[in-house]
Design a protein around this ligand. Structure first.
Ligand code: F6R
Length: 603
């Protein structure tokens, strides 16, 4: 989740850029950089890790008088978090920062390389600066060159570019990634990829629309759209930084639920190809000699692992077992070398998971981490890592990390199935197609959110919740119950639906709330029977299903029932919204529930 800032004016440029980047830290990043242009000299600095490292590198540098600059915080998705991959990226006489993904970068890069351009980084961004310079050399007009560059780019982007051939201007473009430009009372210009970077600096701002591009100098902001000048729609910038960071949502958790569509797209990018899964992080030999996988994790990450163990056995035909890390550590487990040890962790710092990983390594097992934070302890220790790419998660109750973990594990399943040939090419294509649709499946519609808000008022009391499901919807039931109990403080349990009659059904009465996950594509008739058994005992039931269920008290209609995973992801969103709205109605602090911490670094 990268961040962008820019500035034109007479104040000290480095301080303004670094200060703006600091306001974007909440988005998560693993490297940062700035470029400052004065007269016709550009100074650029980059550093891996926290902003303090960049500050250290720039401590002897300060600008004096008029100038301009651009800055960036990078969250690695393409290429490792190294200085070379950090932005700004340079050409011969220009620098660029970019958020988003340039989808046609490989063909652009090949074209530029064939003309003798040398690339320094592994990023998609670098093509922008080289393309601009190529166009400038042909057209001798920076604006025309920038316009042509923008028209060639495919994908999502927010771009700032500075160049020695036009040293008083910042060129900008926005398509699919946010970008805001504003001015302060002195007429200085400020850019930011979020309000948070601009509060306290700009007084009036323009929220650029997709397809907007142009240039800015202290003489003014010039926006074009489809090659025509566009009127400036300036708004006063008000608000406080925290609410700006929440992007208009009431809580970070809510924002993160809404972000799932975007981040799941990031998880897929470059990995789901036309007819196969590709992981740059793995090679096929990695699975040689592996006959079993053992997944180890805590909390939500455990639930994602448990869900995926079902598909791993079913599709990759490898025995998959899952263990809670705190139990695994002390049970004196038998570890055999034909086992791949997989740890799943959002933070990469969870003490129990980390220690379990160390044990597996010490026993000589191959290890793989599914993790959201590059350079975390778990990533550093595991033999290989697949990054979940959820971006920073601020809400203590994990939502988008869970979603991306499940997606990454599903992709891993298909990757192994490819190698082991346990699925036909046609079957694999069905999975790839389903994966590509998941970002659409998890979009939160107004209708759904309104429904969950209304429903939540009926579920604030009672003597407990049972979330029930079968197959991989049982781990989803566990996760739904965990979300609810974490932030509402109501008692909630996840249960395999078929187990209810082996004990828990004794609790059933009208004050027992059951949330039934009833997918059309997996054991629908079986779970329907379980729901009927509960209804007969007067339990209050909320059914989540694409099939209208008459006998339950409440019903949430789901729409994506073409594939079990589509149903899984859609129902995941429903359970997250239920927990969120119940917690809000109870007046709890959704983002910082009592007794919990985001990263559990003690056992
Ligand atoms: C629940 C939650 C926790 C974490 C658990 C493991 O919403 O966030 O249950 O999933 O503490 O944390 P990570 O994934 O960072 O290892």
């Amino acid at each position: 989740m990268c961040g962008i800032v820019g500035y034109i004016g007479k104040s000290e440029i480095k301080d303004i850029l670094v200060d703006g980047l600091r306001e974007l830290e909440y988005r998560g990043y693993d490297s940062a950089g700035i470029a400052v242009l004065q007269q016709d000299e550009i100074k650029s600095y980059k550093a891996v890790g926290k902003l303090i490292n960049l500050e250290e590198k720039t401590k002897d540098f300060a600008s004096e008088g008029f100038g301009l600059g651009i800055g960036h915080t990078r969250w690695a998705t393409h290429g490792k978090p190294t200085e070379l991959n950090a932005h700004p990226h340079l050409g011969e006489f220009s620098y660029v920062v970019h958020n988003g993904i340039i989808e046609n970068y490989q063909e652009l890069k090949a074209m530029l390389q064939s003309e003798g351009v040398t690339f320094l980084s592994q990023t998609d961004t670098e093509v922008i600066v080289h393309l601009f310079e190529k166009n400038y050399k042909a057209l001798n007009d920076p604006m025309a060159a920038f316009e042509k560059t923008v028209e060639t780019l495919e994908g999502a982007y927010a771009v700032l570019l500075i160049t020695k051939v036009d040293p008083d201007k910042i060129y900008f473009a926005k398509h699919g990634s946010p970008m805001i430009v504003g001015n302060d009372d002195n007429g200085d210009i400020h850019f930011g990829s979020s309000d948070a970077a601009l509060i306290g600096k700009a007084t009036e701002v323009i929220y650029l629309d997709d397809g907007d591009y142009g240039y800015t100098s202290v003489e003014g902001i010039n926006i074009l759209h489809n090659r025509k000048p566009k009127a400036l729609n300036k708004k006063a910038l008000i608000g406080d930084k925290i609410s700006a960071q929440k992007g208009g949502f009431r809580f970070f958790m809510e924002k993160e639920i809404y972000e799932q569509s975007e981040v799941l797209g990031d998880t897929l990018i470059g990995r789901v190809l036309d007819d196969k899964i590709q992981f740059d992080e793995l090679d096929e030999n990695f699975f040689d000699g592996i006959e079993e996988i053992k997944i180890c994790a805590c909390g939500t990450s455990y639930n994602s692992g448990l869900a995926c163990s079902y598909i791993f056995e079913r599709q990759a035909k490898i025995k998959a077992t899952v263990e809670v890390a705190s139990e695994f550590r002390y049970k004196e487990p038998l570890l055999t070398k034909n086992t791949l040890f997989v740890v799943i962790s959002q933070s990469g710092e969870t003490a129990d998971t980390l220690e379990a990983l160390k044990m597996a390594k010490a026993a000589g097992l191959k290890t793989l981490a599914i993790c959201n934070v590059d350079n975390s302890s778990i990533v550093r220790i595991a033999d290989r890592t697949i990054l979940a790419r959820a971006g920073i998660e601020k809400g203590v109750a994990s939502t988008k990390a869970f979603a991306t973990q499940v997606m990454a594990m599903w992709m891993l399943t298909i990757y192994v199935a490819q190698i082991r040939k346990t699925m036909t090419p046609q079957e694999i294509k069905v999975e790839l197609n389903a994966m590509r649709h998941i970002p659409t499946t998890v979009v939160v519609t107004d209708k759904l959110h309104e429904k969950m808000k209304r429903l939540s008022k009926r579920y604030l009391h009672g003597h407990g919740f049972f979330f029930i499901g079968r197959d991989m919807f049982y781990p989803l039931a566990l996760e739904g119950a965990l979300k609810l109990k974490e932030i509402s403080y109501l008692h909630a349990e996840g249960y395999p639906a078929g187990e209810m009659k082996h004990g828990p059904i004794a609790l059933a009465d009208s004050e027992l709330f059951t949330v039934a996950l009833m997918p059309k594509t997996l054991h629908f008739d079986k779970i329907k029977s379980n729901v009927e058994e509960l209804a007969a005992r007067d339990a209050t039931i909320l059914a989540i299903s694409p099939e209208r269920i008459e006998l339950t008290d409440d019903y949430v209609h789901t729409y994506h029932s073409d594939h079990p995973m589509s149903e899984f992801f859609e129902m995941m969103v429903v359970t997250q919204l239920l927990a969120l709205e119940v917690s809000i109605r109870l007046g709890n602090d959704v983002d910082m529930p009592r007794n919990l911490a985001k990263s559990v670094t003690v056992e």
